[in-house]
Design a protein. Structure first.
Length: 359
């Protein structure tokens, strides 16, 4: 049980925006950054939430991220385009790229946009939900700095490269899948280290290649791919599609978010697909409802209450945290409050302090 402090989502969103605007980010760009970070916390993905704001701010202040990028589409085709992110914040680059993918899909049925010279873009679901909100299928992926040993290796080579897919339904909530290609997002190990908590065996190995439950040793070593060789191969493919194909960095050419002496140079890819390509959108929605209900009605395993649809837990988290407030541990609150003081900005007042079980 750990004490958490709860804040209104709207207050945290406003605070995030005020921080990056104070550092020169235009208001329309700051909006994407705030929404992306707070959405992660609302959904219980605190490894990608406001915990990232201090390092975002640090990178802008050190000139490692361009607060006012000149986003340019370098190549455009009937259904594809390449966006040069000009070293802008990842949420800004990603939102711009997904918007163009939606515009292309509206005309041709499918749109694919790659982005190069970008930065950490937060939760991938942030982008696919933009597609789902417009009635499109959305996909998003990004490469990431090498924090993961490939299957059979002990040295870092692969990123924890995330992949998200969002599919609208009819009367049922949409399906939203979002996962990294590691056993667990490295951000969760960062959180565990900051809270001085152990990590489960199988999440990471230390520098010598030995399994460890010590979060700090895991950060110094490597996280592990999910599913052994399968996750390792999927991560490798994402790096090629997002990095090699787009002209961004890849593998050892990428730099970590925490390295405050080098550009990241990440690459992303975004896809939007119309649901009325082969049938009416209404018929597609009906068929999606049917398959989602089939899944939820399938027999659960022993000890399991019911089968869940991908993204269902995150929706439940969001509903609860919007009502009760976004939970932050005191150590993260302290970092954010210090950042506010440094920039001369007010920090939000908390809603409540509660003792809760934190994973």
């Amino acid at each position: 049980m750990n004490e958490v402090i709860r804040y209104r989502a709207e207050d945290l969103d406003s605070f995030c925006r005020s921080v990056v605007e104070n550092l020169g980010v235009p208001a329309e760009h700051a909006k994407q950054v705030g929404q992306c970070l707070v959405q992660a916390d609302l959904r219980g993905i605190d490894s990608h939430g406001v915990i990232r704001l201090p390092v975002y701010a640090g990178r802008i202040r050190r000139g490692l991220v361009n607060p006012r990028p000149k986003l340019q589409f370098l190549h455009e085709h009937a259904a594809a385009a390449l966006l040069d992110g000009d070293n802008g914040l990842g949420a800004v680059v990603g939102a711009t790229a997904m918007q163009r993918a939606l515009e292309l899909a509206a005309k041709t049925g499918i749109g694919l946009v790659s982005a190069c010279h970008s930065n950490h873009f937060g939760v991938a679901s942030f982008y696919v939900e933009k597609a789902v909100a417009e009635g499109f299928i959305g996909c998003a992926a990004s490469n990431a700095p090498p924090h993961m040993a490939p299957f059979g290796g002990r040295e870092r080579f692969l990123g924890t490269n995330p992949l998200a897919v969002g599919i609208p339904a009819g009367s049922q909530p949409p399906l939203v899948f979002d996962a990294s290609t590691s056993v667990v997002a490295r951000g969760k190990i960062i959180v565990a280290a900051q809270e001085s908590k152990p990590i489960p065996l199988g999440w990471a190995i230390d520098k010598a290649g030995n399994p460890t439950t010590d979060a700090a040793a895991g950060l110094a070593g490597s996280v592990l791919p999910f599913g052994g060789p399968k996750g390792s191969a999927i991560s490798f493919m994402i790096d090629i599609i997002c990095g090699v194909l787009s002209g961004a960095g890849y593998a050892h050419h990428l730099n970590t978010l925490e390295n405050l002496s080098a550009l990241q140079d990440l690459g992303h890819v975004f896809v939007a697909v119309r649901t009325d390509l082969f049938m009416s959108a209404e018929e597609f929605g009906r068929r999606m409802d049917e398959i989602l209900i089939m899944l939820k009605n399938s027999a659960p395993a022993a000890g399991i209450a019911r089968v869940l649809v991908p993204g269902e837990i995150e929706r439940q988290n969001e509903a609860r945290n919007r009502a009760m407030g976004v939970p932050l541990v005191p150590s993260i609150v302290a970092q954010l409050a210090n950042l506010a003081t440094e920039l001369g900005l007010p920090f939000p007042e908390p809603m409540t302090k509660t003792a809760e079980m934190r994973q």
